[in-house]
Design a protein around this ligand. Structure first.
Ligand SMILES: NC(=O)c1ccc[n+]([C@@H]2O[C@H](COP(=O)([O-])OP(=O)(O)OC[C@H]3O[C@@H](n4cnc5c(N)ncnc54)[C@H](OP(=O)(O)O)[C@@H]3O)[C@@H](O)[C@H]2O)c1
Length: 295
């Protein structure tokens, strides 16, 4: 099968093509149930404009078909809302945290691709009280305006874990029911100590630690988990993206068409802007999904 793709990014290794999440259109195909010319798809593949895949390669490629959900003009949504970050937000919220209507959730990296979607889903599906943390006053205003967060915490204005915890405690004096973890370090410790009885943490990522050679380990009192009946669960998005768990594509598509969720993108143009797009994730230079558009 011959397919044309544009892409965002994934794993790195010297001498190897960069593998990432891409979306594209089938431009030539052998007779196959896997796809026909004109089909739209998302996949985890090398970052290149044309993919030439054998049946064998197709059989072990993570792919999801977008033809029934998107027009060609809105294909980049297959990288965000109907792609890896969307399935991460959906799986982590719906199946890992398992919210009850009206519970209180704290989401970190709340202006990002995953965090923003968690806020919108928590509000539109479960009417949760939503608290988002992100860096800076402007992003705090944006997540309340665009991502249905009731409250925003500027973590950059919090000197340490205690200040972060105090900021959340001021919003939720009784504590929080759920924490969607994207950041790690002080965020994790503050959230753990803010959980009330039967609280849950979905461990999605730890972006504050990815560039540290020897990241400090979080320090928690494990007895708190015992006495408050807490649950901490890590997860990867793959089972939801593959359609093996839940109903990610159809649910997100329905919420999108009903106008209940509205994704944001920060678009970088051309392959040469790849580095800038990547850096934006670590400097806070993005709102929503970072997309590199390759014409
Ligand atoms: N488990 C999975 O399957 C899965 C799948 C996708 C992503 N993830 C994880 O989910 C998290 C979010 O990913 P994403 O793609 O949605 O990225 P993103 O949130 O769109 O972008 C990353 C954001 O993280 C914030 N950030 C960067 N360094 C930080 C620091 N030191 N402290 C606090 N915040 C910091 C920045 O926003 P501010 O301006 O607010 O600082 C930045 O915009 C990452 O940890 C990622 O690894 C996991």
């Amino acid at each position: 099968m011959l397919m044309k793709t544009s892409s965002d990014f994934g794993g790195f290794g010297a001498g190897n093509p960069i593998v990432g999440f891409v979306v594209g259109e089938v431009i030539a195909a052998m007779d196959s149930p896997d796809g026909k010319v004109g089909d739209l798809f998302g996949a985890r593949l090398p970052f290149r404009t044309i993919q030439n895949l054998s049946a064998e390669e197709l059989s072990h490629t993570l792919m999801w078909k977008l033809t029934d959900y998107l027009d060609r003009s809105e294909l980049s949504l297959g990288l965000g809302l109907l792609g890896m970050p969307g399935s991460t937000a959906y799986g982590g919220l719906v199946d890992v945290l398992r919210p009850q209507q009206g519970e209180t959730i704290w989401v970190s990296a709340a202006a990002g691709a995953v965090g923003g979607m968690v806020g919108m889903l928590a509000k539109s599906m479960y009417n949760c009280t939503t608290i988002g943390s992100c860096g800076g006053e402007s992003k705090c205003a944006t997540i309340k305006e665009k991502y249905q967060f009731d409250h925003a915490v500027d973590y950059k204005a919090c000197a340490d874990k205690e200040a972060l915890k105090a900021a959340v405690r001021e919003i939720a004096p009784e504590g929080i029911d759920m924490y969607f973890e994207n950041v790690g370090g002080a965020h994790f410790e503050a959230a753990y100590e803010s959980l009330r009885r039967s609280g849950r943490i979905a461990v999605c990522g730890s972006i504050s630690k990815y560039n540290e050679a020897a990241p400090e380990r979080v320090q928690i009192n494990s007895m708190t988990a015992v006495t408050r009946f807490l649950r901490i669960e890590g997860f990867m998005c793959d089972p939801w993206l593959r359609g093996e768990r839940g109903s990610f594509l159809s649910t997100m598509h329905m919420l999108l068409r009903e106008g209940k969720i509205a994704p944001q993108e920060t678009v970088f143009h051309g392959l040469e802007s790849f580095g800038d797009g990547m850096r934006a994730l670590f400097t806070g230079g993005n709102i929503g999904k970072v997309v590199v558009l390759v014409e």
